[in-house]
Design a protein around this ligand. Structure first.
Ligand SMILES: Nc1ncnc2c1ncn2[C@@H]1O[C@H](COP(=O)(O)OP(=O)(O)OP(=O)(O)O)[C@@H](O)[C@H]1O
Ligand SMILES: [Mg+2]
Length: 244
């Protein structure tokens, strides 16, 4: 089966700073992949390279078998790449519902009548009661929900989620996991960057670890988390202490 996403030899420099290093990655249709790594490791940059917010310095990105390396983010969104941003930036002067409508019309190139889909997404993300509030009046947590809702409204086949669980209570986190699991079960492929590891492990079937811009470990999530190298990089637990 053709992977929904293929990255080959992807590098990204900022000046002389080599942030993304030789990334090779395949994602199967319907797969849910988790991404972890220390702050500044290059996780959000990886999303920018997949979504087209940034072009790579070298290497290729293919989506559904088509080379999209030079396509801008807007065209990748039309093709089915939806994303949330780590720092939410909704249209603050528009209502929550209008934000979704805008995302929906944009993502689907205006082909569908999106009202009903938007209502379903508002319900699914727990935002229905806030539908007519200006997005600028939302709390940070509500803005994070809106980030997820806006990404869903674009009608993605690949959904990129960048740290949407941080700061949630345990009950809110469980609700979010239920929502993302419903999205996954509907056949949407997911890549989720998240520091809240137990939420991630409830969703993903594969985990990659990024450190200094490189994939340094990957595989079955619990095996990856138990890897002494990963514990050292990610949790600061020295490998020799692990063995003690
Ligand atoms: N546009 C840019 N120009 C210059 N440097 C950048 C740019 N974007 C990111 N960087 C740098 O690249 C490195 C990786 O940043 P990135 O945001 O991808 O990390 P991250 O893994 O998402 O971190 P966090 O867990 O804190 O969100 C950081 O050192 C960051 O300062
Ligand atoms: Mg980040």
């Amino acid at each position: 089966m053709t992977p929904i996403l293929t990255m080959r030899g992807v590098n990204r420099f900022f000046g002389t700073f080599h942030v993304t290093q030789d990334i090779d990655l395949d994602l199967a249709p319907g797969e849910a992949l988790g991404v972890i790594g220390p702050n500044g490791a290059g996780k959000s940059t990886l999303f920018n390279l997949i979504a087209g917010t940034l072009p790579p310095s070298s290497g290729t990105v293919a989506f559904r078998g088509r080379d999209v390396t030079r396509l801008p983010a807007s065209e990748r969104c039309h093709l089915g790449v939806g994303r949330s941003f780590q720092i939410p930036h909704p249209f603050t002067g528009m209502t929550v519902y209008e934000n979704l409508l805008a995302a929906s019309v944009f993502g689907r190139s205006g082909h569908d009548v999106p009202e009903e889909a938007c209502r379903d997404i508002l319900e699914m993300t727990g935002l229905l009661k806030n539908a007519n509030r200006p997005a600028g009046s939302l709390t940070l947590l509500e803005r994070k929900r809106l980030e997820l809702a806006r990404a869903l409204a674009t009608g993605p086949q690949l959904l990129l989620l960048d740290e949407i669980a941080g700061g949630l209570t345990e009950a809110e986190c469980q609700e979010l996991v239920a929502t993302i699991s419903a999205v996954r079960d509907s056949g949407v492929s997911i890549i989720w960057i998240e520091h809240v590891v137990h939420a991630l492990l409830a969703i993903v079937s594969r985990l990659i670890v990024i450190d200094f811009g490189k994939i340094v470990a990957q595989g079955e999530p619990r095996a990856v988390m138990a890897d002494p190298l990963v514990r050292e990089i990610y949790m600061g637990i020295p490998a020799d202490e692990d063995a003690a």
